[in-house]
Design a binder for this molecule. Structure first.
Ligand code: FAD
Length: 825
């Protein structure tokens, strides 16, 4: 006997099932009911036709009724709504909206793929005709006609998930001013907070106003506008409102038929999509499936699963021995210039499940940096103690889709992070690097598991105790101009081995660089040199900065924002007067990733004359905000910053800090401190360094000027070969060599006094003089050795410890001029 199969719903799940059923069985009677006007349309493409990125409406109709009928010999009944299922009689009641007639149709097998419907909250004013949801072609047509009546108007999008953000982007493209409201403290809940921060920064950069942790309480008609009233009392006017706060599974029919329901009102099915009635199957947005990783119930209303389920259920209906293994939540979206993807678990879901996990961040290039068009790519991996991949999130401009697909496949096949390191992935410069970003993510995660690398995450920095930890920035000096973590001290990686003695071994050392790689190398150096408490900031400054920017942290100095805008406007006016006569220079830093471009800019600017203009071309998208911070701190003027495709172009005019300061009307009171260290006594040396370190911890700049006997504090303890006269040699022998040999000013007692004082200081947990010197250097205190005293006492530069500046009285006086405290010890 031929089977009679009825299908409810003619889009993703329903249409896929219908086509596959026919391919498997030429004789079955297949009737497909669709209450709407169209079948098999591309709902995922709807937002893109609003902006005409998909130019033809026709392109969205993947299959028409005619073409599907002809190709598959299926009885397709659009505008026919199934109203009721009579399970006893195995028949459905259908309303034909075209004729108004109601009829029944019996079945051997019934397949439900009714999808979901947008949530429509019961808020005052919600019935306004310009408040829309987007689910089907008709919704899209209605939005388009409203858009055409209010071109370049204002739109409020409620809900920051996929559909909300896609609508924001497409309306923005049409010139609409966009406000995006979401109840959560972040957009895209599939992402973790710091990854969502990248999206927040991106959408804000595009001029979209974000209203997070906020909800709508009311809509009011105000002339041609709708006033959207938010929970916090704010009001936003809009020509159009898009409601995208989520969907509910369309399961009224199933519920009324008495089928068993699952989470959130979905239809419960087994691994063969069979409902509680063995003759009724269900697929798509309407069903509860299982989480592939945990085996627990899950609901994943996405097109990929719906389409695959539609195909699979047809196989099962016609006797194939196969089952559905569940969903893992792989998704991707385009958000302006970024592509954002995730698979598997995020931190929130792992915490809710009580699963122990580790996380790693890597920032790499999408392909070889030297080949044009490479852009940064951020990968976050979540993995278990045994290395098993639990989840991944990827954000970037290029190459996001292939990386998430590799990671999603690896997760599905039960791979570990170690497996990622050994994946042999396709490589040539236009496509990847010899070590693909996925390999690198695997290396970093593997290092964490092996204990080669201890990491700390951005959200753990706030709980650090400054008394027992040091934050060490191992980036180059020029990079600091783009911002740094408050309280951090700087020793560039290249100097770390030489200056290792400056770091206290008894404290926890938190290292960071721009993206984590140099931090890892620095960690390895310190760990092998006996530092037991070393941690590398995962994702480096880049990850920290994006979340800090998002959370509006003050990165470089207080009142950062206000200062930035005021100064920029003033500087630009001043600079514009000289623009015409300025010499122009070009710098192509495309393909370089941070800090490459900023270091190149810094070097190039050194050789330019006052007023010259440097035009820089880069592909690193972070550069536009980096260069702003760099100009703010160096005094140069950022004249313009533009983007064309994947390239960014900025123009900077050289302006020395003094000119920049004189252009700034604000009078800055001196706040620095200078200390002349004249004495070579241990107690006085300790006192001067304690004062200096105290002042610097209060945010003041400190210069210590060492002269005559004070120079002995700065001498190296070991003998250094130096070409000296006899008199100079004698002087050198008579004076103490370095901090450890200094005597006390009183009660020296042939060297017993200094030993006693060091013993007491140690017992009372007071830092030693050597450690105070190290801390001073780390904190950026200028230690200046008096050139004249060195000449007099026959001390050469080689005899002084690392990190000492040699200067004359002018150096000291210049520092004293900007100081309000000047001590002579
Ligand atoms: P649907 O495709 O919604 O089809 C259900 C159909 O059943 C509907 O046409 C409905 O009219 C019909 N129906 C319901 N009840 C009855 C009844 N009683 N009688 C007759 N007919 C009935 N997913 C992604 O993975 N990626 C994306 O980029 C993406 N973008 C999207 C963008 C938009 C704007 C929308 C709306 C969705 C998007 N989705 C995306 C989600 C994806 O479209 C859905 O997950 C998928 O279509 C679900 O398939 P389905 O068959 O379960 O339901």
């Amino acid at each position: 006997m031929n089977q009679k199969i009825l299908i409810v719903g003619g889009v993703a799940g329903g249409a896929s099932a219908a086509a596959r059923l026919r391919r498997l069985n030429e004789d079955a009677e297949i009737i497909l009911f669709e209450k709407g006007e169209y079948i098999s349309f591309a709902n995922c493409g709807l937002p893109y036709h609003v902006s005409k990125v998909i130019s033809q409406r026709q392109q969205l109709l993947v299959q028409t009724v005619e073409s599907m009928k002809n190709r598959f010999n299926i009885d397709i009944r659009v505008k026919n709504e199934v109203l009721k299922i009579n399970r006893q009689n195995k028949e459905v009641t259908v309303l034909n909206h075209l004729t108004g007639e109601t009829y029944t149709e019996n079945y051997n097998i019934l397949l439900l793929s009714p999808g979901a419907s947008p949530i429509h909250p019961n808020l005052p004013g919600i019935e306004h005709p310009n408040i829309f949801s987007l689910r089907n072609m008709t919704d899209m047509d209605n939005i388009i006609s409203a858009v055409e009546q209010s071109t370049k108007g204002e739109a409020v999008i409620i809900g920051g998930g996929f559909i909300g953000i896609e609508m924001a982007e497409n309306l923005h493209q049409l010139g609409f001013k966009i406000s995006l409201v979401d109840l959560a403290d972040q957009l895209m809940l599939n992402l973790d907070r710091e990854m969502a921060a990248i999206i927040h920064n991106q959408v804000r950069q595009k001029g979209i106003s974000l209203y997070l942790k906020n909800s709508v309480t009311e809509f009011k008609q105000k002339g041609d506008f709708i006033t959207v009233v938010l929970q916090n009392g704010e009001k936003i006017n809009a020509n159009i409102v898009i409601l995208a706060i989520g969907i509910n599974p369309s399961t009224q029919l199933a519920k009324e038929a008495g089928l068993e329901l699952g989470m959130k009102g979905t239809i419960k099915v087994d691994s063969c999509f069979r409902t509680s009635d063995p003759d009724i199957y269900a697929v798509g947005d309407a069903i509860e499936t299982v989480d592939f990783l945990t085996g627990k119930p899950a609901w994943l209303p996405l097109a990929g699963p719906a389409n695959r389920q539609g195909r699979l259920v047809a196989d099962i209906i016609f006797g194939h021995k196969t089952t559905y293994t569940g969903v893992q939540g792989t998704s991707i979206a385009k958000i302006f210039d970024l592509n954002v993807a995730s698979t598997g678990k995020n931190e929130r879901s792992l915490q809710n499940e009580g699963t122990k996990y580790f996380a790693s961040f890597t920032h790499t290039n999408s392909h070889a940096g030297y080949y044009p068009g490479s852009t940064p790519l951020t990968i976050k991996l979540l993995f278990a103690e045994n290395g098993k991949i639990l989840g991944a999130q990827v954000i970037g401009r290029n190459g996001v889709d292939k990386r998430i697909d590799v990671l999603a496949t690896a997760l599905r096949l039960g791979a570990t992070v170690q497996d990622l390191s050994s994946l042999e992935l396709a490589y040539a410069p236009p496509f990847s690097s010899a070590k693909d970003p996925v390999n690198i993510a695997g290396y970093v995660a593997g290092n964490i598991l092996q204990g080669d690398l201890n990491i700390i995450h951005w959200n753990q920095l706030n709980s650090l105790d400054p008394a027992s930890s040091v934050i060490l920035d191992v980036r180059e000096k020029a990079e600091l101009e783009m911002g740094y973590i408050p309280g951090a001290v700087n020793i560039p990686l290249g100097q770390l081995r030489k200056r290792i003695a400056e770091l206290p071994k008894n404290k926890e050392i938190i290292i960071y660089c721009q993206v984590g790689l140099r931090g890892y190398i620095a960690s390895r150096i310190l760990m092998q040199k006996g530092f037991s408490k070393v941690k590398n900031l995962s994702g480096g400054f880049k990850t920290w900065q994006s979340i800090a920017t998002d959370l509006n942290y003050q990165i470089a100095y207080p009142n950062h924002k206000e200062k930035k805008t005021e100064n920029l406007a003033e500087k630009q006016v001043a600079a514009s007067q000289n623009l015409i006569k300025a010499n122009r220079y070009q710098l192509d830093a495309c393909g370089l990733q941070c800090p490459g471009p900023i270091i190149q800019v810094s070097k190039k600017m050194e050789n330019l004359a006052e007023g010259d203009i440097l035009e820089v071309l880069v592909t690193d998208p972070g550069f536009s905000s980096d260069i702003q911070a760099w100009c703010d701190r160096t005094g140069h003027v950022l004249l313009s910053s533009t983007q064309a495709g994947n390239k960014f172009s900025v123009q900077i005019q050289k302006q020395s800090r003094t000119v920049a300061q004189s252009n700034n009307n604000a009078i800055e009171l001196p706040e620095d401190k200078t200390i002349v260290v004249f004495s070579g006594d241990l107690d006085k040396a300790i006192a001067s360094f304690i004062i200096a370190n105290g002042a610097v911890s209060m945010g003041r700049k400190v210069t210590m000027f060492f002269t005559f006997c004070g120079l002995n504090i700065l001498r190296k303890p070991q003998k250094v070969k130096a070409c000296k006269s006899l008199l100079d040699k004698m002087f050198g022998m008579m004076m103490p060599r370095g901090s450890k040999r200094l005597g006390l000013s009183k009660m020296n007692m042939l060297g017993i006094g200094p030993k006693m004082i060091r013993y007491v200081m140690n017992n009372k947990n007071i830092e030693s003089l050597e450690s105070l010197i190290g801390m001073a250097k780390l904190a950026g205190i200028r230690l200046v050795a008096c050139q004249m005293s060195m000449d007099v006492m026959g001390i050469t530069k080689e005899e002084l410890i690392e990190g000492i500046e040699i200067g004359g009285v002018a150096t000291y006086l210049a520092a004293a001029e900007t100081s309000n405290v000047n001590l002579f010890i």
